[in-house]
Design a protein around this ligand. Sequence first.
Ligand SMILES: [Zn+2]
Length: 89
Amino acid sequence: MQNSCPLCASHLIHDTRPREIIYREHKATISQIADYCDSCGEAFLSHADSKSTEKEIADFKRRVDHLLTVFPSSSDLIRGSIPLNTELD
Ligand SMILES: [Zn+2]
């Protein structure tokens, strides 16, 4: 199926590429099937494309949620490690 990019009308390439997902300040890279536009860098996901990574993303979110349940203040600790009373000239 020939597709054109809705944004710049370039040819779309159906491909599997790494995609970074961020959830509650945690990052993961998944392999995302989509129609990619090399001209403007956009990715267009069909229903089947998003379905293909749905479970992987759900698993990642579950791991992050679990981590934050076990260590609920881990984000605060990271933020708290920045000295707030640093004296500036
Ligand atoms: Zn484009």
